[in-house]
Each structure stands twice: as C-alpha cells, then as structure tokens.
Design a protein around this ligand. Sequence first.
Ligand SMILES: *Cc1c(COP(=O)(O)O)cnc(C)c1O
Length: 456
Amino acid sequence: MKKKALSRRKFITGVAGASLATAAGPLQVLGSVTILNRRQGKLALLGGEPVRRAGPIGPPWPYVDDHLVDTVVKTTKSRIWSRVQAANGTVPSFEKEFAALIGTGYCVATGSGTQALSTCVEALGIGPGDEVITSPYTDMGTISSILTSRALPVMVDVDPDSYQLDPDEVEKRINSNTRAIMPVHIFGVAADMEHIMAIARKHGLKVIEDACQSHLARYQGKGLGTIGDLGCFSFQASKPVACGEGGAVVGNDQALMDECYTVQNHGTSRKGSNETIGPKYRMNEFEGAVLMGQFPGIRERFRIRNENANYLRDKLKDLPGLVPQKHYPGTESGAYYHFGMTYHKDHFNGAARSLFLKAVAAEGVSLGSYIRTGLHREPWIDHILGLESYQKMYTAARLKEYKEGMHLPNCDRISDETMVSFWGSGTLLAGKDEMDNIVNAIMKVYENRNALIKNP
Ligand SMILES: *Cc1c(COP(=O)(O)O)cnc(C)c1O
C-alpha cells in the first residue's frame, strides 16, 4: 500500500519536468496510466475531456455525525440554554477543552470571531484616540473589532509570498498613539510571529492574534493564538472548526482573561458586580453543544488537512508558475482555512489569472481568489474619515496621513493578480484521488499554456 502511494508521488513530480511521451512507458508499469491520460489531451475549456466532473471536492460541510446531533438534542432537553444557567453546561465545558486542546491556560467563548477580537480590544482598554496595527488582507471582522471601540485600524502592507503582515512595515507605522498589533494568521498558517513579538516588546505594545482561521495550527512549539497577549478564534460555518456562528478568546494571563469574561458579559464580572464597558457577546449553549459534539474527531480532521496540504505543496514544488503560500521558519502545521498559491502569469504564457481560473474550472476543479480586494480599498475608510467623532479624536494632519497610508501595493497585487486559493476546511478532507485531480487540473492547464493564449 505504502509503496504504491510512493510510486504515484514520484510519477507526478516526474511528469512536471519531463516530456509526457518519454514518461508514458514507465508509468504503465507503475499503474498510474489514468492519471497520465487525464492530464493529457485538449483542455476542457477548448472542448477536451475534463480531469474530473465538476462539483464540490470533499465530504458534505459543515461536519455532522450522530454524536454531534445527540449532543445538541441533549442540550435541548436539558433546558440549559444559556451558559449562566449552569457551571458545567456545554459552553463552560467547551472553554476548558478548547484551552487544553490548543495549549493555553484560559478560554472565554463568544458569539463570533469578530466578537472575540472586539472583546480583546475592549479588555485591553483600547479606545478613542488609540491605534491598532493590522493587515489589510483579512476578513472585515478584524477591522470591525477595532472600529467598534472607536480606535483607528492602521493597515500595513503584507509580504507578497506569505500574504502575512510585513514586520518592517509594522515598525514604520508605530507612533505615540499605537497601542497594539493585531497580526492575522492568514489561511490558518502562522504570520512572522518571531519578528512581530520582538517589535511589540521593543515598543511596549500588546499583541492580539487574529487566529480566526487557525484552529490547532502550531508554530515554534506553540499553538497559534497562544503566542501574543490574547488570541481569537472563529467558529463561523466555513471555518475548520464550526458551529454556525461562534468565537473564543484564549490567553494565559488569568486577570486579563477574567476581564475578557466581564467585557463579553455586558460588563458584569463572574462575581456579579457591574464593572466595565462591554456588550453582550455570550456564546449560547446550542453553539457550545455543536462544538462539544465534534470534539472527538477534531485532531483527526486537522491531521488529514495537513497531510493533504503537505501532499499538494510537495506536488506543486516543480511548477514555477503556481507557488504555495510561503511558510515562516518554525511553522509546524496549518489549519488551512484556505490553501493559497501565488500565480505567476509569466510562466503561463502571459494568461491573466481569470483565464487560468476559467481553464482549471473547466477541468472540474474550482479555484478562487479569496477576498475581492484589500480592506484598505473599501468604503468604510471614507465613512470613518467623515465622522465627527473621528475628526474630534484624531488631528486633521493624522487623518490626512492615514488616508495617504492606504497605498499598499503588495496587497493590491495579491488581490488583483496573483492569489489563487481554494477553501480548505472541507476540501482538504477529501481523499488522495481528489488531491491528484487538483494537481492534474493545474498541470494540464500548465502543459497546455500555449493553447490557452495564442498571441500573448
Ligand atoms: C472569520 C474571520 C474573522 C471573523 O470571525 P466571525 O466569526 O465571522 O465573526 C476575523 N478574522 C479572520 C481572519 C477571519 O477569517
């Protein structure tokens, strides 16, 4: 069994560099003829046979099994529907298990990832007049969590190959109002935390990790979300661990985590005294039940995604035109919310990304380009610059400089030209045959790149 898988692997790697005709002989011996044939021939876009029949890759999503359903039914019948009704309901139990799972002292569940991030901003006392440095290449929830405390989200450019916050750019934008850095582990793979933590220490800044895509992923011996002062997760329906809508804050500082509890409990502490500013962000017991119900297989699904992602990274090594997301030293595993790749059209005979995506889709494999644009090019910026409150909190000179700082060329290039990704939470749970289909669809388009565009 193992031997066969190895030969197949070798085969695909070999074909990428070698001519198909010379590779055909030995392949038959290895029993991989179907793979070869499927990769040969006319592009499906031009009327050829597709690599696979179109349709989603991977098992139905979100994950559901009998145990999960039983847990939800049990919660319904127990009539414990809010976490404040019992100390051992699904939400408090989930908090304990999740903290242990990722290796941190404490966890406070919330109603979403955005709420988790917002809880951290508020718990650290960040508010009007303060600035938080973060990435433009992220979910709007990241930015929203800073805005709801009426602080200023300062977006800096990203690395073009890792799509993560560029630490040099972070340091350039620190000023006397800067209070925190909010790195985003995009696609569930670690940002350059070694450098970001060093900068934060040097300037006395807090670090809130947006680990909303990063469940169980590890870096330099630590779980993502447990490296900074606080970390946040999302359990929105598309995330690798999902309950519809849900979130969590994690951390090791008990006093700070108590403050997070108080903030997400409309300012009411565990002891019942009303102490601070806070919305009501509590996770409900049904969401907790969906999460508790899927605990038994969480590690296994994480392992399968990593195995498949590593397999794809290995297969794509010899293809110069489509380079998987750069990992920083010390990256041990990823959550792979998305599997991201950088598209270099020069290696595809000049074909624009849209044409490449169309050609791969015709082969039955649907790839996308993640978010349509960096968040520095969205209307919310002019909205806050027009608000009297922001005009009172920040000087006119600062707001002018802020607007001028929206020039983030790497982020623009990624979103406009080079990002090619697919959603990994479910897709990466598929079998090896489907991983081969993904590789073969891409390779077939690469090998037929001259037919794709005749006069570049
Ligand atoms: C999903 C996500 C969020 C927001 O989480 P919600 O649960 O949808 O509120 C924030 N940041 C990142 C990076 C995300 O992927």
